[in-house]
Write a protein that binds this ligand. Structure first.
Ligand code: CA
Length: 225
């Protein structure tokens, strides 16, 4: 394999940490629309582009970001609750997110090679976590999911990926992260992990390279280990 000066993949790879939205599921369009509509309902502007750029933040952090931009202050707990409730309500009416082509096959391949499979997501909604367990049954286990409620600091902080390292007992040089979002890539790189980006959204590849991605691919179908 020609590396073109790019960092070399860990060898052997003992674990793969998957992000969920935008990596395993074609769900970011729905999240972008739901955030956009929820903020619009309360008189704020938050474009889909901004959703993609800030993907991976907790709901609280996302709402505070908009309040800081438009009101120069954080949102109150009540405001956060109201807007998040609205967003949850809107997305509940959307069709269920579909897993990306290639995601299940990749997990099967990894599983056959005895590679440990983890999911590290900022999401903490039961609806999505239960779907994950069902859709990737046999490969994803509840004990190997780090969700938004497991951490104090969401992405871009390295805590989610550091926690996955700690719980898996794997070292950063034995693991690969698959992410789609700038803040997720920053989080993974902050934890010292080789990070593959799949650019399934609307951002330029360069945004993902600039965030520190070690590889950038178009989709899960291009990935093999
Ligand atoms: Ca994501």
């Amino acid at each position: 394999m020609i590396n073109n000066g790019l960092p070399v993949l860990p060898d052997p790879i003992k674990g793969v940490f998957f992000d969920m939205d935008g990596v395993l599921y074609d769900s970011m369009g729905a999240h972008a629309d739901a955030w956009n509509l929820a903020f619009h309902f309360f008189g704020f502007d938050f474009s889909p582009e901004m959703v993609y750029r800030n993907e991976g933040r907790t709901a609280q952090s996302t709402i505070n970001l908009v309040f800081q931009q438009e009101k120069n202050r954080d949102a109150t707990e009540q405001e956060i609750e109201q807007i998040y409730f609205k967003k949850t309500e809107i997305i509940a009416d959307f069709p269920d997110a579909v897993a990306f082509d290639g995601a299940l096959a990749l997990m099967k391949e990894l599983s056959e090679k005895s590679v440990s499979i983890w999911v590290v997501t900022g999401s903490s909604q039961d609806k999505f976590l239960n779907a994950l367990l069902e859709d990737f049954s046999g490969y994803v286990d509840k004990s190997r999911i780090i969700n938004g409620q497991d951490v104090q600091h969401g992405k871009p902080h390295p805590e989610p990926y550091l926690m996955a390292l700690k719980r898996s007992g794997l070292a950063s040089h034995e693991v690969v992260v698959i992410e789609n979002a700038p803040l997720g890539i920053q989080s993974a790189k902050g934890a010292g992990i080789f990070t593959i980006a799949v650019n399934t959204g609307i951002l330029d590849d360069q945004v993902l390279w600039d965030s520190g991605a070690d590889r950038v691919y178009k989709n899960m179908l291009e990935l093999t280990f």
